[in-house]
Design a protein around this ligand. Structure first.
Ligand SMILES: [Zn+2]
Length: 128
């Protein structure tokens, strides 16, 4: 994957603007910031609302794992010596730990569909 010569970020080929001279090896974001292209010319740019929607989709995708680790930490720190609630919550936590990977597996295709919907449509021109 090529590197942008202005911000030194590495992106896939479709995240770069086309042209020679000052436009060579420049990513779409830098091209827009430096005024080399207009926003209509760069179809592959992730604008603010798309980027925010992608971030929240990722957060929704991975939040069960975060909650699971938080609940385990709470159990280890606070609940493991409390009788009898330590045992009951341990059983519940073990059930959640078994169910969460299944849940994430069954909803992975939905997540991929959401991410595909939030990916800008872009067709690479011939020769690029
Ligand atoms: Zn750049």
């Amino acid at each position: 994957m090529p590197t942008c010569r202005l911000c030194y970020s590495v992106y896939p080929r479709e995240q770069f603007i086309h042209g020679i001279g000052p436009k060579a090896q420049v990513c779409v974001r830098c091209g827009l910031e430096k005024g080399l292209v207009t926003e209509e010319e760069v179809a592959s740019l992730y604008n603010k609302s798309t980027a925010n929607a992608r971030f929240s989709a990722l957060a929704r995708r991975w939040s069960p794992l975060m909650w699971l680790s938080v609940l385990w930490a709470v159990w280890i720190i606070l609940l493991n010596e409390v009788e009898p609630w330590g045992l009951y919550t341990l059983i519940l936590l073990a059930l959640f730990t078994l169910v969460v990977p299944l849940y994430m597996f069954f909803f992975s295709s939905k997540h991929m569909a959401v991410m595909a919907r939030l990916t800008p449509e872009y067709e690479r021109p011939k020769g690029h």
